[in-house]
Ligand binder design. Structure first.
Ligand code: FMN
Length: 256
């Protein structure tokens, strides 16, 4: 799959919540498996396992009933959630570019058998299957997203932050700041009163936000490749970075 196809898909993709339950043919499933093997990580040293599983293999609060799911597992290391967001967003775009619908699922889990079948930690599930609704949005105006000036104070990177702005997300928690050759990405902290009241919920939200930053970083990366800009993701010491109050720093992208 060419990066250019993934880039073009950013501007029309949408989450698919209605599926046709007929089977996807073996060839297509094996192409999806090949594609999973080629996903590019943010941190190559982090071990990951990404499996295609069926409806029976997924339990919990299933908000989207689909014939297939992707279940993602990872070694627990610095940046592992963001790494998985970055990787799985490539498969979300691949699905959309190839006539298959998908939707990230923050709440369900694979069955205990699947979770204990690996030494890696379960991270997240993505539903997929043949779509039973329009696969694409007609135009960018149909995306419900914050405006660019609500998510960045940078003026020189509009063409890279625009694809990140359109990234799928339940909460659009991101903010992009930095300088003429670097973009720092951070996310909005959960309201402190809320976090005292609902600690368990807050923990899940925190995990999802780190995954969402990886998803936005994937769109930023595809934008950079499209515009022939050199991009390198780095981790800065966050004490030296100026980010807005009540935001947490995650990662920076050096751009040339
Ligand atoms: C990490 C993550 C978790 C999500 N979890 C759910 C979910 O549990 N149920 C659901 O219906 N959609 C879920 N979504 C999809 C978002 O609601 C969706 O991306 C957002 O509303 C924007 O719509 P779009 O993807 O159609 O552009 C999730 C998306 C992300 C990125």
């Amino acid at each position: 799959m060419e990066h250019i196809d993934l880039y073009n898909t950013i501007f029309k993709r949408k989450s698919i919540r209605k599926y046709d339950f007929s089977v996807i043919d073996e060839n297509t499933l094996s192409e999806i498996s090949d594609q999973i093997g080629k996903l590019e990580p943010l941190y190559p040293e982090i071990k990951t396992e990404i499996k295609i599983v069926s409806k029976q293999d997924v339990k919990g609060i299933i908000q989207v009933d689909a014939p297939y799911y992707i279940a993602a597992f990872s070694e627990v290391k610095e940046g592992y959630l963001t790494n998985m967001g970055f990787m799985l967003q490539q498969i979300d775009l691949y699905f959309s570019a190839n006539g298959i619908g998908s939707c990230w699922q923050g709440w369900p889990k694979p069955t205990k058998e699947l979770r204990t079948d690996t030494s890696l930690e379960f991270i997240i599930v993505q539903a997929f299957g043949l779509p039973k609704e329009d696969l694409y949005r007609e135009s960018i105006n149909k995306f419900k997203r914050k405006a660019l000036n609500q998510i960045t104070d940078l003026e020189s990177f509009d063409e890279l932050i625009e694809p990140a702005r359109l990234a799928p997300s339940p909460s659009q928690p991101w903010y992009f700041t930095g300088d003429t050759n670097i973009i720092h990405i951070c996310y909005k902290n959960t309201n402190s009163l809320l976090s005292i009241m609902a600690q368990g919920l807050n923990k899940i939200e925190e995990r999802l936000k780190k995954i969402e930053i990886g998803i936005a970083a994937c769109h930023l990366w595809l934008g950079a490749l499209h515009f022939d800009r050199k991009i390198e993701f780095i981790q800065k010491n966050n004490e030296n970075i100026k980010i807005p109050l009540n935001f947490s720093y995650v990662i920076s992208a050096k751009i040339q």
